[in-house]
Design a protein around this ligand. Sequence first.
Ligand code: C2O
Length: 455
Amino acid sequence: MSQDFDFRSLRKRCGVTESSHVRENFLICSTLPSRHLALAARTSVQEAVKNILMISCSPYTMTSRRSLLFMVSLGVSLSLIVNCVQAEPIKYTVNTFKNCLPGFVPELNETTFCCPPQKNLNGPIVDFVPRHDPHKPLRIKKALQCLSGEELRTYTWKLQKGYELMRALPDDDPRSFYQQGKIHCAYGTGCFAQDSTNITLDVHYSFFFYPFHRYFLYFHEKILQKLLGDPSFTLHFWNYDNSITTSPPAGSRDGCFKAGHFFPAIYNDPTKATYSANRSIRAYTPNLVTDLGIPVSTRNTTSLPFEEAVARNRAVMHNSLITNATTSRAFLGRNYSVGDSQLLNPGLGDGSFEAAHASVHWWVGGIMGPVTTSASDPIFYAHHSNVDRLWTLWPKLGPNRHDPTSNLDWMDAEFLFWDENKVLRRVKVKDSSTTEAFGFRYQEVNDASWIQFPN
Ligand code: C2O
């Protein structure tokens, strides 16, 4: 069953609300713009042959025989249609937010309700360009497992207090922990559509994956800073990609790095706001290696023994940052411009590390798994801090590895976020490409320790 077309547009235009109905049958609504129909036809001809369901919501009804011929011919001429569409950057606007609708997760066959409260959409929108004051030192984002002594105690207290305060904000405050989870869901499950169309949007499985999450983390951290009254508060990262083993090669640094393999203890105190009771048993099992190779479909695999799991992670890291990441398309994900439909099948558009990143979601499990709820577990932000760190490492790992800065559909794309003062901020992808602009850098740890993995 193809998933490369827009369920919502079919649902909405055809007046069908039952999403599973749409999944199981190929719906054709003849009032659809030809482009939608063409995309649907291209990806679903085979499915359609098996299972055509005609919905007549137009002044005329095609017979299935005629419609089939019509679809096949559209499929054949698809390249012509696509070539006529001028590429243009995707911009989330206030109208995008105002026209938010329930989304859909095909994997779970689930409709999602994640739109931001409309009352937060009436204020001004202020452009935001990250700029670092050169007189101030860069903040350092550190590996969680390497904090110790006083620094660990202070960080633990602040992190837990920050989430306590964020969880205490009213649910309709865009800075609340509740809305942080919801906005990620809205951006990730097709609740938003491209303006003046029904083409749903998703920041995953495309070259927006890294920039979107960098901004999302930035504003999330800003909110924590404001709640704590501490502008220096810095979210540290979960360093699960470290390839240190129980018997590291002579001369290599081991120290704290090995602990990065395990679920960070700081997020596992049931009495604190950083805890989530809704995780897989794996996350509560001490000294269990996070498995970067869990396929999404086998969420309940029992974990591998330590050395095997570390070796497997090293292979995953090597493949997704080195072998399979030699171009920007390969590492960042597919191009995504105005008119492109939402990819509901991750494999069609994701970057080389995005799949491994998903393994961490599924390994932690519970609400951390699906995009609908993942940002409602505080560990999400430590996980994505590491994802963000890997984006900074990738260009250093080989020739020709750079962001697609000559592609204006990447550079000029825009997102909206609420800042720490509840002001809606408009950001551009092009301003996201260095962490220094945001005033921080990552601690050098056992960086790219998997680089030499022979495969
Ligand atoms: Cu927006 Cu790890 O997902």
